[in-house]
Design a protein around this ligand. Structure first.
Ligand code: CAA
Length: 248
């Protein structure tokens, strides 16, 4: 398939652990991959590593927590690459601290990067998807949005908010060929998880029936499946991928 006929996927926060694995797998599955980033120095280094692995990605800067910034980024992507067919709302941060010590900024930073971002990015691509009668929105939530975690009142609230968003938007666009789903990864071997104090992390791994952290590629495979035509009857769903840590 030549570049023109490939579906275009935008992965936000692409240079992180999960984002990298998604870009690799999506590229291997024939998508034209657009990688959003905020830190240019990190992104340039990351792009060189992807090039060396033979993974073709186009970098676009944008602060997903800022509505205008996302609007400019989407306009630039559409002009240079083409309409966005698949959006993976993957960008996210942590500011872990017990709630009694949590500052307003720690609350706002996490809510704006992890939940406002979902509005900002989806709002800028949804009408194009509706017009073309095909689209995929994939929201990356967390096991800690399903069950809570000490020190993550901000993160859990944002990640839980994605579920309500997914379910409602799925209903609104189902007849327009657009599906909207959430993936809730558990503890995956990313820098974000490795930043948790070793002692606490080891306690967490002990709670995982599979006895290990997840692999980033395991989440990426699920993203590729939900992005594909094979998943066209799946919408408004949440997929847990947590090694059995939270079952219900
Ligand atoms: N459960 C129960 N009690 C806890 C606790 C826990 N997990 N952590 C701390 N406490 C208790 C302490 O024992 C202590 O009790 P006393 O006051 O009675 O002595 C009190 O709380 C200390 O509170 P502090 O605020 O001082 O806690 P701390 O600074 O030691 O640790 C924390 C706070 C940094 C948030 C720590 O709890 C922590 O790292 N938690 C894990 C956070 C986590 O899992 N983050 C995931 C990041 S990765 C990610 O988010 C990806 C994803 O989607 C899964």
């Amino acid at each position: 398939m030549d570049q023109q006929n490939k579906r275009v996927v935008l992965v936000t926060g692409a240079t992180g652990g999960l984002g990298t694995a998604m870009c690799e797998d999506l590229h291997k599955n024939g998508y034209r991959v657009v990688a959003n980033y905020r830190n240019k120095e990190k992104a340039d280094k990351w792009k060189a590593e992807m090039d060396a692995k033979g993974i073709s990605v186009s970098l676009f800067a944008g602060d997903v927590s800022n509505y205008e910034s996302v609007g400019k980024m989407v306009t630039a992507i559409e002009a240079e690459i083409g309409p966005i067919d698949v959006l993976v709302n993957n960008a996210g941060i942590t500011r872990d601290t017990a709630f009694r010590k949590m500052t307003y900024d720690q609350w706002r930073d996490v809510l704006s990067s992890n939940l406002d971002s979902v509005f900002n990015c989806t709002r800028h691509v949804i009408n194009g998807m509706i017009d073309r009668n095909w689209g995929r929105i994939i929201n990356i939530s967390s096991v800690n949005g399903q069950r809570g975690q000490f020190g993550q009142a901000n993160y859990s609230a944002a990640k839980a908010g994605m579920h309500g968003f997914t379910k409602t938007l799925a209903m609104e666009v189902a007849r327009k060929g657009v599906t909207v789903n959430t993936i809730s990864p558990g503890y995956i071997g990313t820098d974000m998880v490795m930043a948790v104090k070793e002692e606490i992390r080891n306690q967490i791994v002990e709670q995982i029936p599979l006895g290990r952290l997840g692999g980033t590629e395991e989440v990426a495979h699920l993203v590729c499946f939900l992005a594909s035509d094979k998943a066209s009857f799946i919408t408004g769903a949440n997929y847990s991928i947590n090694g059995g840590q939270h079952v219900y």
